[in-house]
Design a binder for this molecule. Structure first.
Ligand code: ADP
Ligand code: MG
Length: 390
C-alpha cells in the first residue's frame, strides 16, 4: 500500500481525502467525535504540505437527500478541532461543488456533502467515481471504517486517480492489526464477546490458529455453554450459534489457542435496568432467567490472563454493558486491558463505545475505528479499499 510518504510535492495540489466521518449526531450536533479526531493527523499533514483539501465521507444511510444526515455539523466540529475554517460544499459533485473546489487556496479545507446523497456511491458507479476523480490531482484514503466496501468514493475513485495513497490512520490501522496477526508479542490473548457467535466465527477461527488464549464472554458464551450441556434459560442463544460453538469445541485439539469460558454469571429475569438480578456462581441458568454479564470470578480470572499477555486483542463487550447492572464485567475487562503492560488493541463499534464510556480510550495501544473492516481484516479477508491503494 502506498502511503503519504510516497506522495511527492503536494503544494497547491487538490487532494481528495476519503475520511470516515460516520459519527453519531444528537440534536443536530456531533455526539462523539472520535472518528473526526482520528482523521486529524492526515488532514494536518496535508495542510502543512500546502495541499488544497477536499474531504469526502458518508454519514448514515440516507434514502434521499435527508437534511438530518447533512455533514454540516461535522464540518463545524472539524473546524473547531483544526482551529481553521472548514467550508461545507452544497453537494457531492456538480458545477457548484467544482466552483467551491476551484476557489480553494493552499491549505484550505472543503468538506463535500454526504456522499451517500448520491445513489451511485454504494453501487460503485463509475460515473460518480469519475466525477469525484475530476475534483482531484491526488487521492488519499483514510477511511479505514469504510475500507471493506467497494464504493465509488473508496475503491472506484482510487482506481481512477493514479496518484493515490493510504492516509496515516488507515496505514496505522492496517499495520497494527496485521502486526497482531503476524508478529504478536506472546502470549497473544484474544478477548471475544458481543452478541452472536455467527458474527464472530471468522475471528474466532483465525485466533484459534494464532492466539495462545481466547477468553469468551458476552452473549456469545451461551452457545458454547449450551453445547457443553448447560441450560441457558432465556439467554441470547441461537440454535445456529450452538452448532458453530459445538464445532469449535470439538475441533479444539487441532487449534493452538486454549479457549476459556466463564465460570460464573450475572443473571436477570428480563433485559431491563430495573430487572431483578443476581450473581450465579455457576453456569446453569434457571428457567425464566437470562445471563446478561460475566460474573466477578470470571472477570478476575480474565483480568489475570490479560495482565500476563504480550499482546491483547479485544472485540465485543462481556455483557449488556449499556444497562448499568450488567456493565461490571465489561468494565473490569476494559480496566484490565487498559492496565496491561503488553500491546493492547481494541476493535468493534460497541467495544470502542464501552472503552469511551469508561474513559479508557486513551489507555490502550490502539483503538480501532473500524467495525466491520476490523473484523474482516482479522478474518483474513482482502479489503477492497486497501487493495485499490497498491
Ligand atoms: P462489537 O460492536 O464491539 O463488535 P457486538 O456488536 O458483537 O460488539 O455486540 C455488542 C452487543 O452485545 C451490545 O449491544 C451488548 O448489549 C450485547 N450483549 C453482550 N452480552 C450480552 C448478553 N449477555 N445478553 C444480551 N446482549 C448482550
Ligand atoms: Mg456492534
Amino acid at each position: 500500500m502506498k502511503t503519504l510518504r510516497d506522495l511527492g510535492d503536494l503544494d497547491g495540489k487538490r487532494v481528495l481525502v476519503r475520511v470516515d466521518f460516520n459519527v453519531p449526531l444528537e440534536n443536530g450536533t456531533v455526539a462523539d467525535d472520535m472518528r473526526i479526531r482520528a482523521a486529524l493527523p492526515t488532514i494536518e499533514e496535508l495542510r502543512r504540505r500546502g495541499a488544497r483539501i477536499v474531504l469526502v465521507s458518508h454519514l448514515g444511510r440516507p434514502k434521499d437527500r435527508e437534511p438530518s444526515l447533512s455533514l454540516a455539523p461535522v464540518g463545524a466540529r472539524l473546524g473547531e478541532l483544526l482551529g481553521a475554517p472548514v467550508s461545507v460544499a452544497p453537494g457531492v459533485v456538480g458545477g457548484d461543488v467544482r466552483a467551491a473546489v476551484d476557489g480553494l487556496g493552499d491549505g484550505d479545507v472543503l468538506l463535500l456533502e454526504n456522499v451517500r446523497y448520491e445513489p451511485g456511491e454504494t453501487k460503485n458507479d463509475p460515473e460518480l467515481a469519475g466525477e469525484l476523480a475530476s475534483l482531484a490531482d491526488v487521492y488519499v484514503d483514510d477511511a479505514f471504517g469504510a475500507a471493506h466496501r467497494a464504493h465509488a468514493s473508496t475503491e472506484g475513485v482510487a482506481r481512477l486517480v493514479p496518484d493515490h495513497a493510504g492516509g496515516l490512520l488507515l496505514e496505522r490501522e492496517v499495520s497494527t492489526l496485521m502486526g497482531v496477526l503476524e508478529d504478536p508479542a506472546r502470549p497473544l490473548v484474544s478477548v471475544l464477546g458481543g452478541a452472536k457467535v455467527s458474527d464472530k466465527i471468522g475471528v474466532i477461527d483465525r485466533f484459534r490458529e494464532s492466539a495462545d488464549t481466547i477468553l469468551i464472554g458476552g452473549a456469545m458464551c451461551f452457545p458454547f455453554l449450551a453445547a457443553q450441556g448447560h441450560p441457558v434459560g432465556d439467554s441470547l442463544c441461537a440454535s445456529d450459534d450452538v452448532e458453530l460453538a459445538r464445532r469449535t469445541l470439538s475441533s479444539g485439539s487441532a487449534s493452538r489457542a486454549r479457549l476459556e469460558l466463564p465460570v460464573d454469571l450475572v443473571i436477570a429475569d428480563r433485559f431491563d435496568a430495573d430487572a431483578s438480578t443476581r450473581e450465579l456462581d455457576g453456569l446453569d441458568v434457571p428457567d425464566g432467567w437470562m445471563g446478561l454479564d460475566i460474573g466477578p470470578r470470571t472477570a478476575a480470572l480474565y483480568g489475570d490472563v490479560i495482565a500476563g499477555a504480550g499482546t491483547v486483542f479485544w472485540n465485543g463487550p462481556m455483557g449488556a454493558f449499556e444497562l448499568a447492572p450488567f456493565a461490571a464485567g465489561t468494565r473490569a475487562v476494559a480496566e484490565a486491558v487498559a492496565a496491561a503492560p503488553g500491546t493492547t488493541v481494541v476493535g468493534g463499534g460497541d467495544s470502542a463505545a464501552a472503552l469511551e464510556r469508561f474513559g479508557l480510550a486513551d489507555s490502550v495501544t490502539h483503538l480501532s475505528t473500524g467495525g466491520g473492516a476490523t473484523l474482516e481484516l482479522i478474518e483474513g479477508k482482502q479489503l477492497p479499499g486497501v487493495e485499490a491503494l497498491a
